[in-house]
Design a protein around this ligand. Structure first.
Ligand code: SF4
Ligand code: SF4
Ligand code: FES
Length: 246
C-alpha cells in the first residue's frame, strides 16, 4: 500500500477578530472593530492580521517585520495576554472570538502601534553594551562556554516588550526600569568580559530599579523566548547585595 496518499488540509474555522482601534486624528477614544475571517487553525495571528489589512481594511495599523519571532516588533495583547502575533497560532486561542489590543502599559500611537520610547530610554539607562577599560587583546575578548552559560538565557531577549507590558509593578509605576531593562543589566553584569560591574550595579540599585520587582512571574509567562526572567532578576538582586556576581 502506498504511504504517499495525499493528506487532507485541516478544515478552516471562521474566527471573529475584535481589534481595539484608535486613530488620534479621528477618534476621541479607542473603539472595537470586528472582522470575520476563515482561518487555518495552524495560521499565525500575524498572518490573519495581514489578511485583514490586505483584504478588508488597509487602515488597520500594527508593527511587524520578520514573521519568525526574531525582530520583536509584533508584541501585542492577544486574548488578554502579551504575546508575539507571529508566534501565536489561531488554534492556541480558545473560542470563536480573538481579541487583539495594543501592549498594555504603553501609550498608543495608532491602533496596535505603541510608543516604545520610554522602554528604550530605560534600556539605554542600563548601557546595553559591553564596557571595558583594560587594553584591547590582540584578537578578541574570550569567554569559556561555562562563562557564557551564565548569560545564555538573558542573551536571547529580542526586546519585544511583552514582559514589561505584563508587569504589575510597571503598570503601577512606569518609572520602574521594568523586566526587559533589568534583564539586559543582568546580561552584562553576568558577562565575564564586562568591566563596568559596579557602575551597572549602582544603576539598578535605585528607587526604580531591581527592588521594585516583587517576583510576580507575569514576565516569565509572557516571554516568547521562554527566558526565566525572575530567575535572572534574582541573580541580579544577589549581585547588588554582594557587589559582585556570586
Ligand atoms: S517578576 Fe518582577 S519583573 Fe517580572 S512581572 Fe513580576 S514584578 Fe515584574
Ligand atoms: S525578556 Fe522576553 S518578553 Fe521581555 S523583551 Fe526580551 S524577549 Fe521580550
Ligand atoms: S514579526 Fe518579528 S517578532 Fe513577530
Amino acid at each position: 500500500m502506498s504511504t504517499n496518499a495525499p493528506v487532507a488540509a485541516p478544515a478552516k474555522v471562521v474566527k471573529t477578530f475584535r481589534v481595539l482601534r484608535f486613530d488620534p486624528a479621528k477618534d476621541k477614544a479607542p473603539r472595537w472593530h470586528e472582522f470575520k475571517l476563515p482561518c487555518d487553525p495552524m495560521e499565525r495571528v500575524l498572518t490573519a492580521l495581514n489578511r485583514i489589512k490586505w483584504e478588508q481594511d488597509g487602515s488597520m495599523t500594527y508593527r511587524r517585520s520578520c514573521g519568525h519571532a526574531v525582530c520583536g516588533s509584533c508584541g501585542m495583547t492577544i486574548q488578554g495576554a502579551s504575546r508575539l502575533a507571529c508566534k501565536t497560532l489561531v488554534k492556541d486561542i480558545e473560542g470563536d472570538v480573538i481579541e487583539v489590543q495594543p501592549l498594555k502599559g504603553f501609550p498608543v500611537i495608532k491602533d496596535l502601534v505603541v510608543d516604545m520610547e520610554h522602554f528604550y530610554h530605560n534600556l539605554r539607562s542600563v548601557q546595553p553594551y559591553l564596557i571595558t577599560s583594560s587594553p584591547k587583546p590582540v584578537k578578541e575578548r574570550r569567554q569559556s562556554p561555562e562563562q557564557f552559560d551564565l548569560i545564555d538565557d538573558a542573551s536571547k531577549c529580542i526586546l519585544c516588550g511583552c514582559c514589561t507590558s505584563s508587569c504589575p509593578s510597571f503598570w503601577k509605576n512606569d518609572s520602574y526600569l521594568g523586566p526587559a531593562a533589568l534583564l539586559k543589566a543582568w546580561r552584562f553584569i553576568g558577562d565575564s568580559r564586562d568591566e563596568a560591574k559596579s557602575e551597572r550595579i549602582d544603576a539598578v540599585n535605585g528607587r526604580n530599579g531591581v527592588w521594585r520587582c516583587h517576583t510576580i512571574f507575569n514576565c516569565k509567562e509572557a516571554c516568547p523566548k521562554e527566558i526565566d526572567i525572575p530567575a535572572a532578576l534574582s541573580q541580579l538582586k544577589r549581585a547588588v547585595v554582594f557587589g559582585s556576581v556570586a
